[in-house]
Design a protein around this ligand. Sequence first.
Ligand SMILES: Nc1ncnc2c1ncn2[C@@H]1O[C@H](COP(=O)(O)OP(=O)(O)OP(=O)(O)O)[C@@H](O)[C@H]1O
Ligand SMILES: [Mg+2]
Length: 259
Amino acid sequence: MSKRIDVNNLNVYYGSFLAVEDVSLAIEAKSVTAFIGPSGCGKSTFLRTLNRMHEVIPGARVEGEVLMDGVNLYGSDVDPVAVRRHVGMVFQRPNPFPTMSISENVLAGVQLNNKRISKSDAEDLVESSLRGANLWEEVKDRLDKPGSSLSGGQQQRLCIARAIAIKPDVLLMDEPCSALDPISTLAIEDLIQELKDQYTIVIVTHNMQQAARVSERTAFFNIAGTGKPGKLIEMDDTTTIFSAPSEKATEDYISGRFG
Ligand SMILES: Nc1ncnc2c1ncn2[C@@H]1O[C@H](COP(=O)(O)OP(=O)(O)OP(=O)(O)O)[C@@H](O)[C@H]1O
Ligand SMILES: [Mg+2]
């Protein structure tokens, strides 16, 4: 549980378009790393390379390596489905399966992964995952109701429960709070703080305060212009990035002078 990631010289392509160029960085285990940067700089694209979701898009590919505790996720003998079992993902818009109940939603990833589990183990897993996502108390009396009957903030926590039910080592979150109100956002941020004891967490966010509140390390990505590749400008302790960044582009971005 909770693995370290080292990315070495990663280039990320959509067909012939180089979307992200030559990224090397390290993501510590049991910590929260934030990715920030302007729209289109490749944050989501880069994030998806960390669990091999990028390559499901036709023509999409990478060069370079992504090591998880030293093992290259792009090694020729590595099964991408197994990678996604170790590296879970939560998306910008809560996306519970609408026709499934709350408990079926929690188990959806587990069943997709073809694990056969007994009814009582399944019930235990539903409870522990919902407790882990801080949602249990709110839904324990209506586990058979549709996932879509929950509020937006509850649905996002349901998606987090679904992601942690597969017991991943790493949890990737792409703007998980952008569709949420401030109260639900704080609930998710509290949850991220709790989850980092067990997981390596990477969060993409446009909210600087959020990056400052939840993360230990921050990576700033930028683009020189339309059609140009996104690049990692700098990565450092979050307090350093927000108080004394090394690069002027970072300073301009965090102080709102960008664009
Ligand atoms: N499926 C795709 N096919 C082709 N190009 C894509 C695809 N998805 C993204 N891109 C391009 O890759 C570049 C990076 O996009 P990406 O979505 O990773 O940026 P982002 O930093 O996440 O932006 P935002 O903050 O708006 O979410 C953009 O130029 C985008 O148009
Ligand atoms: Mg994005």
